[in-house]
Structures are given as C-alpha cells and as structure tokens.
Design a protein around this ligand. Structure first.
Ligand code: UTP
Length: 277
C-alpha cells in the first residue's frame, strides 16, 4: 500500500449552513440518515485506507462521538429491526483507527492540512473534504487517484472537474498539459485560487480530493497567508507544480457540493431516488 493514511481537515466553521452549524458540525449533516463524514471515511476505506486522521476544532466533538461505541443505544436497539441501522457505522469504527488533532486558529485549508502533520508524519497521504460528496459506480474517486499515484509516486494528485465558467471564482483552477497517452490526467503548470472568470486559464476546478507527498508540509510552512489571512493549499501546490510535481486528474463519477445548500439538497434528492425507487 502506497497510501496508508487519510487526512480530513474538518475544522472550518461551515458558515454557509448557519444557524445549524452553530452547534452541529457541517460534516455531521446527513445525506438521508448518514452524515457526510461517514461517507468520506467509507470512501477512504474503499481505497484501502484505514488510518483516519482528522483536524477538528473544539466545537466538533460530535464527529468523535460518531466514531465511538455507544453502548446505551446499542442495547436499546439490540434484537430489533433497527439494530441493522448501526451496522455500517459499526463496521467503519471496527476497521479504522481514528486520530484527532485540533486546529488552533481557523487560518484556511492549507493551515488545517499543515496542522495535521503530527498525525501523518513523513509519508504521502490522501485528503478528503467530506462536504464534496463523490459517488461512482466503479472505483471510488479516491481509489482512482491512488491508482494514478502508484504510477507517479513523486507527485501530488488533485481531483478536478469542469465547472461552468461563471463558477470558477469558487474554486482553485488549474492549467496543464495532458500526460502522454492520457485523456484525463494533466501535468499542472499553473494554479489560481478563486480567480475571476476573466483571469481563469481554464474551467478545470479542484475539488476536495487530494493525494499529497510529505514535501507539502515544508512548502506549507513557508506559504504566506492570502489577502484574507488564510493559507491556501492551492498556493502551496503551485510551488510544487512549478517543479512538475502536480498532476490533476479528471475523475469518473459525480460530485455533490454539500458545502452549499443547493448541492446538499440535490445530494439528498438523488440519494433518496436511488435508495427507494
Ligand atoms: P470551506 O472553505 O468549505 O469552509 O472549507 P467551511 O468553514 O467548511 O465552510 P463555509 O465556507 O464557512 O460555509 C473547506 C474545508 O476545509 C476545512 C473545512 O472544514 C472544510 O472541510 N477547513 C477550512 C479547516 O479545516 N480549517 C480552516 O481553517 C478552514
């Protein structure tokens, strides 16, 4: 196994979902009855990863509770039809090791990933942002990416998708050249964080799946905050892209932007249709 650990940077405030996110972590919002964070961990497992590292905040203890045993609930449903409703989460809890670290200040995704370094150490690792919920009939998006990483073990891999040009200002956007013999993997030579559509080199937007080499930690340590005071992972990756060490991968599957109310409702609607119809 080349990738053994998956980092979940989940310390953000989730302000687009206020007021619910005052007390409920965004990652605990459900698609049907399962919280986003559990879909994320299941995707990591589908790529063979069972060491789960989470960067959380002191307001997000519910995430820890979700992946802990709950003997009172277990015994209350034991022997009833409802017992099976806990099977999936129990399976995850039994098969994964969970570690947590608190991000002390909300200084952006790059800062959150850097905060996770003590949990990762000196090895390549995956990153999942669980509010980007990804589905696919074949290999999961992260499993597709770990296969690509196996062919390019000195490179970071970012997942991309084409978005409408008038939405590029919500994303990190890449420019690159298709790898030889590939129609879905680009060697990245430029990256911009949330560009105006007029400045965007393409409409290829980075979504919340990454495979990062440990070099990223050194780069993040030297990455300056942007104009909003946030350390951006895109800025750090740009340093590695200049050395030819970033590949962007147009994944197979569907992504729901569950960090927005529209995407969250759409995911629930689609999952409801596929579950009960
Ligand atoms: P977002 O940009 O979606 O921010 O973060 P957010 O706080 O979750 O949500 P809004 O925009 O206020 O509604 C992308 C990912 O980075 C994490 C978030 O938890 C999310 O998984 N993040 C962001 C951190 O862990 N720490 C930060 O300082 C910022």
């Amino acid at each position: 196994m080349l990738i053994n650990k998956c980092l979940f940077p989940v310390a953000g405030y989730g302000t687009r979902f206020l007021p619910v996110t005052k007390a409920v972590p965004k990652e605990m919002l459900p698609i049907l009855a399962k919280p986003l964070i559990q879909y994320g961990v299941e995707e990591a497992m589908s790529a063979g990863i069972t060491t789960i590292a989470m960067v959380i905040s002191k307001h997000k203890q519910a995430i820890k509770d979700h992946f802990r045993a709950h003997p009172e609930i277990e015994s209350s449903v034991q022997g009833t039809a409802k017992a099976s409703l806990l099977d999936e989460v129990n399976y995850v809890t039994e098969h994964c090791d969970f570690t947590y670290i608190e991000q002390q200040q909300m200084l952006g995704l790059g800062h959150a990933i850097h905060s996770g370094q003590p949990l990762i150490g000196n090895e390549a690792f995956a990153v999942i942002l669980p509010d980007d919920l990804c589905t696919n009939v074949g290999d999961s998006v992260l499993a597709q990416m770990t296969k690509l990483y196996a062919q390019h073990p000195d490179c970071c891999i970012v997942a991309i998708e084409e978005v409408p040009m008038d939405e590029v200002d919500k994303y990190g956007v890449i420019d690159g050249k298709l790898l030889d013999n590939s129609d879905n993997a680009y060697r990245v030579h430029n990256m911009l964080e949330k560009p105006d559509s007029a400045d965007a080199p393409t409409n290829l937007a980075i979504i919340g799946r990454y495979i990062l080499t440990p070099e990223i930690f050194t780069v993040l340590a030297n990455t300056q905050p942007d104009k909003n005071g946030e350390i951006q992972i895109t800025d750090a990756l740009m340093i590695l892209a200049k050395q030819g060490k970033v590949i962007a991968y147009k994944f197979q599957g569907q992504r729901f932007d569950c960090g927005s109310i529209k995407g969250f409702v759409e995911a629930n609607t689609v999952f409801l249709k596929t579950s009960f119809m």
